[in-house]
Each structure stands twice: as C-alpha cells, then as structure tokens.
Design a protein around this ligand. Structure first.
Ligand code: ZN
Length: 172
C-alpha cells in the first residue's frame, strides 16, 4: 500500500510540474501587446467598370496605414457600387458601410482612383476637409479637377491609424 501511495505522489508531482511549466512559459507571451491590425473586408464586385480602381484604392490605403488592412472578400463590411450620380459614402460606423463610384464626377474629369481612395477614406473615419489642396485626399472636389493625387497625406494616414488604434474589440 505504502509504495503505491509514494508512486502516486511521484506521478502527481510530475503531472503538476508538467502543468506548471507550460503555464510559466505561456504567461509572458500572453502579456505581450498584441498586433493591433484590424482586417476589413470589402466587396468591389458591384463597382462595374471601377472594380480594379477600387482594388487599387484599397492597396493605396494598405501601403499608407498600419493599423487597418483592407482585404477583398465576403462577407464584406464595405460594399462598393457604381451609379450615374456623384460619388458618395454612407458610413454606418467606423469600417462599416458602402460607397458609390459616381460616374458624374468621372465624366467631369475627376480622377477615378482619387475618388475611390477618398470615399474609402470616409469609411476609415475621415471627414471631408475642403482645403482645395491636391495633396489632401479628403479635400475631394475642392482640389482642381486635374488633381491626380490618390495618396493620403501624412496627417490623413496618421488620423486613420489613430482611428483604428486598439480597435480589435470592435472587429466585426
Ligand atoms: Zn467626401
């Protein structure tokens, strides 16, 4: 009886040690800050002749911000359409909503890629800022029709990063 009991305690000791050791190694890893990149899926399949333009616009944002990543796929939280009206965005909440690649602006000569990155900017939490500057993406049509800048300014990129900082808990 006694030897069996001793063996049992020894086995128990090994089991306890085997449990504790992984926990000791696991704890510091869990305490490390997580990478705060939120993935947002978008659906460009209804953007007609602007499907590729929308993909390019998503890539522009991915190249300029670090806290959010736009990925083509469904179910999507951003849906892109096209119609004959003026380009516009409907934002349900940060990273969720839809926008239209309006042909009216394209027909007036506005640069489609700039339109797409601008409207995506709204979905990423940026308001219109009609500065008239081509270097600003959110200046929209207040910049000259000839403006072909489709890249967010450093300030705009910084604002989007701030909007998505620590937003993993909101991920949908
Ligand atoms: Zn706008």
């Amino acid at each position: 009886m006694a030897p069996i009991l001793r063996l049992s305690w020894r086995v128990l000791g090994i089991l306890v040690a085997a449990t504790i050791v992984p926990l000791m190694f696991a704890a510091p890893a869990a305490a490390e800050p997580q990478i705060q990149v939120r993935t947002i899926y978008y659906d460009a399949s209804r953007a007609g002749e602007f499907v590729n333009t929308v993909h390019q616009a998503a890539q522009v944002w991915n190249n300029n911000v670090s806290n959010v990543r736009l990925v083509s796929g469904t179910p999507a939280s951003i849906t892109v359409y096209v119609d004959n009206g003026w380009p516009r965005a409907y934002v349900t909440r940060l990273g969720v909503g839809r926008f239209y690649m309006g042909r009216q602006a394209v027909n007036q000569g506005y640069y489609p890629l700039r339109i797409a990155t601008h409207e995506l900017g709204h979905l990423l939490g940026l308001p219109d800022r009609r500065t008239g500057l081509c270097s600003d993406l959110m200046s929209g049509s207040s910049a000259p029709v000839s403006c072909r800048n489709a890249t967010p300014s450093a300030r705009e990129a910084q604002q989007v990063n701030a909007n998505f900082a620590g937003s993993l808990a909101l991920a949908a």
